[in-house]
Design a protein around this ligand. Sequence first.
Ligand code: XMP
Length: 331
Amino acid sequence: MPQSNVRPETMQRITTPELAEAFIAEQIEELRAQIGGNKVLLALSGGVDSSVVAALLIKAVGKQLTCVHVNHGLMRKGESEQVIDVFRNQLGANLVYVDATDRFLDKLAGVSDPETKRKIIGAEFIDVFAEEADKLEGVKFLGQGTIYPDILESKDGVKAHHNVGGLPEKYDFELVEPVKLLFKDEVRVVGKALGLPDSMVYRQPFPGPGLGVRCLGAITRDRLTALREADAVVREEIEKAVAEGKSAPIWQYFAVVPDMRATGVENGKRRFDWPVIIRAVNTVDAMSATVPELDFSILTAITNRILSEVPGVCRVLYDLTPKPVGTIEFE
Ligand code: XMP
């Protein structure tokens, strides 16, 4: 039977590997009882919540689970490859990988309004996922990485909690939500106990529309490529600085590429290329955020690498804007 949506007051917080192991054993039993011999479908983004649900379902029902990873072309560098490596190669999951880059980018061509971009990305995602669901016979359950804050927020009317919300009504899947009573930190402890890599378990928040809302205005493939490369440099350098003790951990950090050009000069020649904006914030609940005072050596290391490694970029800026007034994302 699916669990109730209310976290019992007596439920112990999962803070240790031992408690995570006990939770995993209990969930495997419950998932087997709920699913029986039926098939389960899961949209696997590679975020910590869907990854933990996938790993739990693989342990519980193995090949009865089909994971669908939709690459919308707006993933960060190496992300889809990691999903394939961990779930197909290491955990032996049934994983359908759909490279839908062209579909998404064609639909987004010339669209500059952020909310319209979000709607297109969301609707296209549902279409691609539904097409994959149609190819499978006899699926009864839909796995979802719903966590407790999603349930609390949907109760408050803040957001709809159906993660693959918007699936047409003909898909009357029963939901399987094994981490729906857990908070994010507990999901991470469970993910660690399941053996998922740290880069997945401790992944910083990444919005559903992905790089689509960081390649500002109408997305072009060349700016998107520059953004993906610059973003990888920002992440690598900040993670290195944190590992070396030069910076405290930072909640969210990424690159943004605006839809404007700036003048530069190289070997006596004028250039007219894109700026990259570094965005880094600390927050508790994403409702307000502060900007960390990153050491200048970290900022210059990022700048030097982007300018030498990323084609089409001639300027690097650090955004000093707290939330409010600025939101965390630019769009
Ligand atoms: P803002 O920009 O509103 O972001 O200050 C707050 C947090 O939400 C994330 N964010 C999104 N997440 N879909 C998502 O799943 C979205 O469309 C979206 N927009 C913003 C943002 O990355 C930050 O963590």
